[in-house]
Write a protein that binds this ligand. Sequence first.
Ligand code: MLT
Length: 302
Amino acid sequence: MYTVKCLNPISKQGLDLFTSEFEVIDDLNAADAVLVRSAKMHGLEIPKSLLAVARAGAGVNNIPLDEYAEKGITVFNTPGANANGVKELVVAGLLLASRDIIGGYNWVKENAKMEDLPKAIESQKKAYAGNELKGKSIGVIGLGAIGVLVANICNRLGMKVYGYDPYVSVRSAWSLSRMVNHSSSLDEIFTKCDYITLHVPCTDSTKGMIGKEAIFKMKDGVNILNFARGELVDDQAILAGLATQKVKHYVTDFPNNEVAGAESVITIPHLGASTEESEDNCAEMAVEQLMNYLENGNIVNS
Ligand code: MLT
C-alpha cells in the first residue's frame, strides 16, 4: 500500500484512478508521495521517506528540484496536459489586446440604466474601435506543447507567425515550418512583431528576458502577452514601456503589486490552466505517473 498526500485540491477524476494499492491521506509525514499544483514546496518539511512528487501542471518553479534530487526524490510534471486550456486563454488575451472589449463592457455596465441606451451606443462605436489580428505579426517565444498550439491557432487567424526556440528539434522545426517563420534570434522577433507571446519555462537564462533592452528593440505599440511566468518580464521595464506607449498592452496571467493596477495592463489571477478539462488532464497524468513509478519503477516526464 502506498500513501499520497495532496498539497492542493486535485481533480477527483484523477484521484479516482488510484488503485486499491494507493491511499490518499491527510498527514504529509506519513506520505510516500505528494501530488501538488501550485503550492510552494520550498522550505516545507517533508518526510525522509518521501519517494516522489508529481506536479499537476507544467512549470516546476514551486518545487526545490536540486534539494529533492539530492534526497533521491523523483519529481514529475505533466507537460502538454493543460496546453489547450492555456492556448485558448492566449487567444482571449490577443482579442482583449486588439479589441477594446474591456472598455466597451465597462461603458455598457456603467450606463445600463441610461435612457435611450441604443441611441447612446451608436456614439460609442468610435471610442471603442480596435484592430484585427489578421495580417498582424506575432512572435511565439518557446515552441513547446503550448507554444506550438498558439502558433497554429495564430496561423489560422491569418497572423504572420514568427517562432523562436533554441531547443526545437530539426524534425519539429520541419513540421512547424508550414505555419511558423523560424527566427534564428530573439532580435528578429523583437524587431518584427506586433504581438509577442511568451511560452518558455522560468530558468536562470529566461528570467527577465523581456527587459529594457528587449523592449527598446520592439516595434512601437507592441503588445506583450505573458501566460508563462511573471518573472520572465522585468516589471519596471514594462511600466516604462507602457508609460511611453512603446508597449500598447501588457497582458499577463501573473499580476503582482507592481503591474496589476497600471493602465493598459490586462491581467487575471493565473487562470491559464484553470479549466475543468485541464485540471482533469493534469491530475490524470500525474496520478498515472505516480502509480507507474511506485509500482513498476517507470519514470516518465521527470
Ligand atoms: C503550469 O505550469 O502548467 C500552470 O501554471 C499550472 C497551474 O495553473 O496550475
